[in-house]
Write a protein that binds this ligand. Structure first.
Ligand SMILES: [Cu+2]
Length: 241
């Protein structure tokens, strides 16, 4: 009888260990975003008014970045993020800053995502002055001038907000978009339109994809412990976009 009880205890502990290990195993949602229909042609940006930037681009001028696809129609610069389904527990921002660089009178990256209160480091790599000016709806608006050779500076955004437009008060063609999240479950699609959101707690989520010209599309996905799911998003090309 004692032996049987001991065996039962061992079995119970084993089951508990397996269950708790399973519950702790994070899930992953990855996939890609594409544009259905023909992508608009990217147009060259004239930087004649800023010769140091024009010279940086040489014989291949910078191209418009509002819709960027590869030859298969995969969309770059789409922000993919969990928009519903997470427990509302605040996530501490990562210690390393996100970085945006003004280089050749373009913002690199063109689309950036970070956590609220995570530092955003702003770098001027050009031999000219820039004036970075985010235009948020629910965060604090600011704009700062950065002469050539000036040190990088840091700013933060306190509230969740998707697609904050950023302009340069000196160079009207410069445009970037910053998205701020209260959790770490977001990604920006790469040149192949791919994204990956890892370390998700198992659950059912609404995943949204935001593109500056095309808006937002969403879908629901359920991931179990340790599970990886692949999902696809598609935007439809509109005439004259
Ligand atoms: Cu500028």
């Amino acid at each position: 009888m004692k032996k049987a009880f001991a065996l039962l205890t061992v079995a119970a502990v084993a089951v508990f260990c397996v269950l708790s290990a399973g519950a702790a195993a994070p899930a992953k949602v990855s996939g890609s975003v594409r544009l259905e229909g023909s992508a608009p042609k990217r147009t060259p940006i004239s930087m004649a008014k800023e010769p140091v930037c024009a010279a940086k681009h040489g014989s291949s001028p910078a191209l418009s970045e509002d819709v960027v696809t590869d030859s298969a129609g995969n969309l770059q610069n789409v922000v993919v993020y969990v928009s519903a389904g997470l427990a509302d527990s605040p996530a501490a921002p990562p210690p390393e800053p996100a970085v945006i660089t003004q280089d050749g009178c373009s913002y690199k990256p063109h689309v950036l995502a970070l956590q609220r209160n995570q530092k955003l480091r702003i770098v001027n790599a050009d031999q000219t002055s820039h004036n970075i000016h985010p235009m948020p709806e629910s965060n604090r608006e600011w704009n700062k001038s950065q002469p050539p050779g000036a040190p990088a500076f840091e700013e933060t955004f306190a509230r969740e907000e998707v697609g904050i437009p950023v302009k340069c008060n000196v160079h009207p063609w410069m445009r970037a978009y910053i998205s701020v999240f209260k959790h770490p479950y977001f990604a920006v699609t790469n040149e192949s339109g791919a994204f990956s959101i890892a370390n998700l707690p198992p659950g059912t989520y609404t995943i949204s994809a935001w593109q500056e010209k095309l808006g937002t599309v969403s879908q629901s996905v359920t991931v179990g412990a340790g599970e990886g799911k692949t999902i696809q998003f598609a935007f439809k090309a509109r005439p004259g976009m």
